[in-house]
Design a binder for this molecule. Sequence first.
Ligand SMILES: [Mg+2]
Length: 392
Amino acid sequence: MAMPTIKQVRAFTVRGGGADYHDQADGHWIDDHISTPMARYPEYRQSRRSFGIDVLGTLVVEVEASDGTVGFAVTTGGEIGAFIVEKHLARFLEGQRVTDIEKMWDQMYYATLYYGRKGVVLNTISGVDLALWDLLGKLRQEPVYQLLGGPVRDELVFYATGARPDLAKEMGFIGGKLPLQHGPAEGEEGLRKNIETLATMRERVGDDFWLMYDCWMSLDVRYATRLAQAAQEHKLKWLEECLPPDDYWGYAELRKNVPRGMLVTTGEHEATRWGFRMLLEMGCCDIIQPDVNWCGGMTELIKISALADAHNVMVVPHGSSVYSYHFVVTRHNSPFAEFLMMAPKADEVVPMFTPLLLDEPVPERGRLKVPETPGFGVRLNPDCKLTRPYSH
Ligand SMILES: [Mg+2]
């Protein structure tokens, strides 16, 4: 059978839908006084929405093949991302063979180099790339993990990110990652509260359950070092994304400062093989956490992961549901996965991309067998209203 070519690329926006994890109502744990780099300003301390975390919104990319098959993916990028797809990237896809993913990625990356490299442009390229993998899987009638070389284990095991590791333990997860709530601007009192929260959770979950702290780029080396030292008594497993992503030097220093056995993790807001090369060669962390929706997509994650493997650094992708599950199940160097607790009280397992995606699998008792459905195995919910702000 001749491989179909790409007939059309389309980009849509949708408010909410979970692709940015940021469309949360008041009272949700994910927006309840989480420590952020903007917390140095008291007026932006209580809510991430106050400084605009939800401003971009969701981007949906659809790629239609000449035989009518449609692949799609979602990411964060909204209207800006839709503009980049329609006005710039579409030309590198339309008319190409669906299998020529490497060439299409290369052209998208190099053509946007003068304004891209990281951030929203790479989010957008990631969305297009994942839509291409979804399309290829659908044409070949295979799940993406088979296209990646096949699974190396039968099922995934998960830790849960959310405000209630104690409930996550009851639900069968292997660990719980708390959002850090107080940053350096809240001084000694804030530091004490951070440690108290950890101590309380440790008491509830016992000694063997993993507990981690996600610091969302909000600390400095000195504060992160003190936090790590104080957290040692409560057996903190890792300290995540303590510093702004550009501070590779700070991460290298922090990794030397933390108590023996405690891990330093980062990379959620890093992109491309070159960004991760900095983290790896400078010895910044023990685990990298690329987000496949942001780092350059599946095509780039394969390269990042191989580089990490050669540096003896684990790859545990950030959130991103099916887009990361299909990868994690194919790599020994990714021994477990993250599940983001999207329930407002972190007290039940709900699909991460609700309501935008249908058929999204969720872990049961902290485990998941990745479905064999072709592509990424999810569908767009027809009840979600998509808008196509640009066309070409
Ligand atoms: Mg994180």
